[in-house]
Write a protein that binds this ligand. Sequence first.
Ligand SMILES: [Zn+2]
Length: 265
Amino acid sequence: MNSITNLPEKVQQQINKVSEVAGYLWEREWAERNAGNISINLTDLFEGEKLENPERVVDFNFPKEAAGLIIFVSGTGCHLRHLINRVEEAACIIVINEQANGYSIVWGGAKENFRPTSELISHVKIHLFNAENNPSHKTIVHTHPIELIVMSHHPFFQEEEKLNHGLWKMCPEIRVFVPRGVNCAPYALPGTEDLADLTIKGLQNRDVVLWEKHGALASGEDAERAFDYLDVANKGAKLLLTAWSAGFEPIGLTGAELKDLEQFI
Ligand SMILES: [Zn+2]
């Protein structure tokens, strides 16, 4: 089943979006070497097909609510840019077993010694959170957006409201298309449950979670929508840093102008 054409059409469409977005991330220099990871909760798209491969279960300690989930996920150590046209090598589809103590790879993962991303636990926990709280958001994108990471080193990062005002004031689209703003998540070791828990906390009231001195994460209906949140938020950071680099403090949209934009949210 290793060719993409053997997958249900709706699943192929979702994976094709991932390939498209991987191209954007690479062009932006947001995906150096093995940076970044992407996953999709495909459970609904397989409509109860029995996919699990009990002979090839890899032990993994998932939350028990994860039993039966079917997840597309990029691989650990894989180059995100290989998702553009070698998606079967750099990503896989896993099925989590009924005991939630292991998974089997049912598609992809064709690269030698392939394993799913080291952020697998974060992705699974966020999908469980989204299934409860934000069910249309099936795709998670984590990447390294340059200007947002720079902002995570700025004193504004310690004052989330200031950071969001700094981004929103730069142009109307940022207020409208990242309406809930950016969460500032304190540094945590990559790949840990601590980072997963901080991210879930951040997603409760924000569209983007900015991981201090590391990168950012967003979820969306598909990979392109998740990318849009990151792209627009990063645009605010880039505009702000550009003004500062030119040596002036931007005037910014006024409070009344920002308020007026709320009609589009
Ligand atoms: Zn990262």
